[in-house]
Design a protein around this ligand. Sequence first.
Ligand SMILES: NC(=O)c1ccc[n+]([C@@H]2O[C@H](COP(=O)([O-])OP(=O)(O)OC[C@H]3O[C@@H](n4cnc5c(N)ncnc54)[C@H](O)[C@@H]3O)[C@@H](O)[C@H]2O)c1
Length: 431
Amino acid sequence: MRGLSLTYSPLTMSPPRIRAGMVGLGMIFEETYRPLFEGLRQSGLFRRDFGDVDVQLTAAASRTGRRVEKLPGHVASFSGPNAVTDMVAHGVDAVCIATPDDRHFEPARAALAAGKHVLIEKPSVLRLQELDELMALARQNRVLAKVVYHKLADPDHKKLRSHILDGVLRHVNNGYCSLLEPKQISGTQFAEWIQGRNPGSYVGVHYIKLIDFTFGGQDMALHLISATAQCGLVPGAWDSVQLRIVYLHRDGREAAFDIHTSWVHPDDFPGHVDQEVQFRFDNGVWNAHQRRRGVEMVVEGRSPREFKTTPNHHYSTDFIEPWGERTHRGYGIEVLRRFFEEVAFVEFGGPQSERDQRLASMRALSYNDLWADRNTVAVVQALEAILAHHLQGRAGARVEVNADRGGLVLTFPGRTEHEVLYPARVYSRCP
Ligand SMILES: NC(=O)c1ccc[n+]([C@@H]2O[C@H](COP(=O)([O-])OP(=O)(O)OC[C@H]3O[C@@H](n4cnc5c(N)ncnc54)[C@H](O)[C@@H]3O)[C@@H](O)[C@H]2O)c1
C-alpha cells in the first residue's frame, strides 16, 4: 500500500478512554443516560478533531447498589454515606449527577474537588453560594462543570433562538410557559424525596433557562422575581407554583414571563407532560405546544397510560430504523453526548500544551456551563425563599435582583423588612 500513511489502526491501537461515573440511577438515568451509554458502548465517540474515543460507564454511586447490579457490563458499585468520594477515588474521569433536586451540591463538590469533569442534572444547585463554590473548584482543578437543560436542544427551541439571533423576531415583551406533570410523578416516582420540594424548582427551571438563554445575554438583565403556590394534595410538598420573572431591556422596557408548573395533573391526560409556551415580540408571536407535536395515537386498553395519545418522539425514543437497526435517539440523549464530546475535546483534541485553551473554549459555552447558570439559580433561590415565607404565612414576597442592598434581596411590598439572600451581584458573564 505505498503512498498511504496510516496513523491509526483499530486492530493495533486502542482508543483513549473516558471512564464515566454516575450518581443516582432513577427515572432520568433510565430515559437518557442508559441509552446514551449503551449507544456509546456500541459505537464509541468519534469526531475528526479528537478522533476515536471510548466512553464507558465504569462506576455508579447509588443509595442501595441494587440498580447497579442490573446494569450491563462491569460497573463498580458504591453505596453508603461515602459513595461518591469512594467512587472518584476508585478512578473515573467524568461524573454525571442525577440525584434529587436538593442533593446535587455535595456530590458535585466531591467530584470537582477530586479533579473530575462534572455534569449535573437541572436544577444545578439551589443557591448561588453553592454555585460559587463549585465554580471555584472547577477553575482551581481545571475541569469542566456543566449542567443539563435538554430543552435547549429541542429543535423547536433551537429554531426560536436562531430567529432571535438572526433578527427575525425582535424585542421580546412578555410570555407564558406551562409545564404540568402527572400525579404519578409526585405520588410515586418522587415519593422518597418530595418532602418540602416544589414543581417550580423541578421543572420550571427548564423554562427559566430557556428564557434566559434565548433572550438574556447582554441585552436583558434579570430584575424581579415573585411567585405564589398551592398545596393540599401532595403531603408535605407544594402542588403547583406560579412564578413571574421580570427582565429589563437595555432601553429600559420590561419583559415579563409567567411560568406555571404542577405535579398533580391527571395521570390519564393524553401526553407524558402537558407543556406549551407563547412569547410575544415587538413584531411577532411564537407559540409552541410541546405536548401536541402532531402525532395522535389510540390503542384500545393501552392508551393513554402505556402509550400516550400525543407522544413526543423527539426527546428520547426507541426506533426500528428503515435499515433494520434498533436505535434509541433524541435531543435528551444528544445533549448528554455533547458533554462527552466536550470532555473528549479538552482531553484529546490536540497537544497537552494547548489543553488550557481548549478548556477555556468549552467553558465559554453558555448553554451548559455553570457560570451561565447564575440567573437560573438566582430565580430558583428566590423562589425557594418566597415559598419558605409563604409556608410561614407570609405570602407575597418578591425578590429584587442587583438592588442597592445586595444581589438578591427579598422584600414585602409596603413593608420595610428585607432579607439579603445573596450579597454579591448576580451576573452571567464568563469569568
Ligand atoms: N434533564 C431533565 O429534563 C430531567 C428530567 C427528569 C429529572 N431530572 C433531574 O434529575 C434528577 C433526578 O431525577 P429523577 O427523575 O431521576 O429522580 P428519581 O427519584 O427517579 O431518581 C433519583 C435517584 O437518585 C437516587 N439517590 C437519592 N439520593 C441519593 C444519594 N444521596 N446518592 C446517590 N443516589 C441517590 C435515588 O435512589 C434514585 O435512584 C433531579 O434533579 C431531576 O430534577 C432532569
